[in-house]
Structure formats: C-alpha cells, structure tokens
Design a protein around this ligand. Structure first.
Ligand code: 5GP
Ligand code: MG
Length: 178
C-alpha cells in the first residue's frame, strides 16, 4: 500500500490518479452536454487547491469557454461583524453570463456559500458548481452542487492540489490521513 509522510503525519493512498482521471472524464462529458449550449461559459477556478483539477477538466471541453482564477481571502474585520471574505482576481464581467465554479473539494460548504453569494450579486445568468470531491457527512450548505466527481467520507485528504500545511499539492494521487 502506497503511503506518504508529510511533516509529522502519515497518509495512505485512497484515490489513485487513474481513478481521478476516469471520474473527471465522466464528469466532463455530462458538463459538456449541458454547457455547450451556453454562450461562452466562464469557468471560475478557486485557488489554490483547484489548480490541477482545473487544468485536467478544461482540457476535455471542446466548446468555446473562458477560464479564470479567483482566491477568497478571509480576514478578521475591525468591527464586530466577524470574518470578511473578499473575492480576489475576478476581472471578467459576469453579468448575464453562465459561470461554473470549479472546486477541488466541498466540505462544510461555507466557502462555496460565500462565493456563490458574492458572484450572484453581479447578476450572472446562472451560477453552476462543479467539485471533484464532496463530503456529504460534513456539508451544511444549501447550495445545490451540479457536478460531483466523487463522494468521499469525512476524512482529511491530501494530494492532487490539496495540501497539508502547505505541502502535498504536487502528488498525482490522493491520500487519506492514517
Ligand atoms: P469548506 O468551506 O467547504 O468547509 O471547505 C473548503 C476548503 O477547505 C477547501 O477548498 C479546502 O481548501 C479545505 N478542505 C476541506 N476538506 C479538506 C481536506 O480533506 N483536505 C484538505 N487538504 N483541505 C480540505
Ligand atoms: Mg477549494
């Protein structure tokens, strides 16, 4: 069994690269059928974790589309309103366009909820969501997730863009904390 040590922790392979690629191909096929009818849909990739997933899935699309990268910075506001989430990097106008969020993983859904809320304030035609990984036991959100690569248990994973304290993003396979 393939394992990897990152900092102090041991991880075991749980989702090999070949399976990841097969799930992405299946997902991309369904997405293509839906999205090729749209006028130049915009894929919005959420950094950092989604960079590899984005590169792999968009190469399956043969219809005209755009790809953009955003980051959600969270910082503590000076008032009592708590955490403020700022969307960085969206330079395209999304008014009346179909946008598709590309996420590496949806866990509690807090990040996704905030992102969808912000994007909707710019009055797009539609906001769709695609995620490679989804943890249903942890999900507390109300946003419908349109496309899911794989449903996984509520364990901590690394690899394929996902990190543990900064390292592990470069691994081609996905590993679960032992
Ligand atoms: P949420 O807001 O849905 O709880 O979490 C979203 C973010 O938390 C993801 O984009 C990812 O950065 C991080 N995350 C959630 N689960 C995992 C996990 O199992 N492993 C890693 N490395 N990051 C995770
Ligand atoms: Mg993410």
């Amino acid at each position: 069994m393939k394992t990897v040590k990152l900092w102090d922790k041991e991880f075991r392979i749980s989702y090999p690269a070949t399976e990841i690629q097969a799930d992405i191909a299946a997902m991309a096929k369904i997405m293509s059928t839906d999205l090729e009818k749209e006028d130049n849909p915009l894929f919005i990739s959420v950094l950092n974790g989604s960079f590899i997933f984005t590169a792999d899935i968009v190469r399956h699309f043969s219809f005209p589309c755009e790809v953009s990268f955003v980051k959600l910075s969270s910082y503590e506001g000076t008032s009592t309103t708590g955490t403020v989430n700022e969307l960085i990097g969206l330079t395209e106008s999304i008014k009346d366009r179909t946008v598709v969020i590309l996420e590496d993983i949806v866990d509690t859904g807090i990040t996704l909820g905030k992102l969808v809320e912000t994007l909707k304030s710019y009055q797009p035609k539609a906001v769709k969501v695609a995620t490679l990984l989804y943890k249903p036991e942890s999900y507390k959100g109300s946003i419908k997730i349109d496309y899911i690569g794989k449903t996984i248990p509520n364990d901590f994973i690394v690899g394929y863009g996902l990190d543990y304290n900064g390292i592990g993003r470069n691994l081609a396979d996905i590993y679960t904390l032992v």
